[in-house]
Design a protein around this ligand. Structure first.
Ligand code: MN
Length: 224
């Protein structure tokens, strides 16, 4: 029985790998790990329903072009204009949603587990004047994004850090992005990201967000 189970497991994983569709990445923390900043119900719904829907819809959009399943998600969203016209919007929205959420989870960590190092502090001060000024500019971008979207810290080609916001599921990797650069920090400001706990108070959510930033990961991204 044990043997049968392991053979079945092997078959299943091989089949999944052959299809090579995009998959919901494993969360690196438990649903309740970011409490009280992000409550576990919001985390559960956000990951299992919202993020999962983007992954499923991206896979559906690519059904007619299975060779695209082999592409890296960044490569895919960086080259939307080269895709068949009929799937460009679906990839922009769902590929964007897939990438943005995967990235968002990667820069979150339970409070106090990944603090800002003196080295990162120095980089942020060099770019924004002070940590307070940095946070204020990011909060302004997050609160000022009209409707649904994201605020970002991106690293431009010159190496300079810059704060921007994008609507819907757009990001700074996309060809049509007004400002291009590599994401190093983000916050999801769609209402589904905060409404259960913070209701209409987006600013309270944005201010609390600082408690659960994975600064170790942010520093790694800036350095790479
Ligand atoms: Mn979201």
């Amino acid at each position: 029985m044990k043997r049968f189970k392991s053979v079945m497991f092997l078959l299943l994983t091989t089949t999944l790998l052959c299809f090579g569709q995009f998959k919901l990445p494993a969360l690196q923390f438990k649903y309740n790990a970011l409490e009280p900043t992000i409550d576990s119900t919001t985390m559960y719904i956000h990951y299992n329903f919202h993020h999962a829907a983007y992954v499923n819809n991206l896979n559906k959009a690519l059904e007619k072009y299975p060779e695209l399943y082999k592409k890296d998600i960044v490569e895919l969203i960086q080259n939307i204009n080269e895709l068949p016209a009929g799937i460009q919007t679906a990839v922009r929205n769902n590929g964007g949603g897939y990438y943005n959420h995967s990235f968002f989870w990667s820069i979150l960590a339970p409070a106090g587990t990944a603090p800002m190092s003196p080295k990162l502090e120095k980089i942020l001060v060099e770019n924004f004047g002070s940590i307070d000024a940095f946070k204020a500019e990011f909060e302004k971008a997050a609160v000022g994004q009209f409707g649904s979207g994201w605020a970002w810290v991106i690293k431009e080609k010159t190496g300079k850090l810059r704060i921007i916001s994008t609507p819907n599921q757009d990001n700074s990797l996309m060809q049509k992005a007004e400002v291009k650069g590599k994401p190093v920090l983000t916050i999801d400001v769609w209402e589904h990201a905060y409404y259960l706990k913070y209701q209409n108070k987006r600013i309270a959510y944005v201010k609390a967000f600082w408690n659960v930033v994975n600064w170790t990961e942010v520093e790694k991204l800036i350095g790479s």
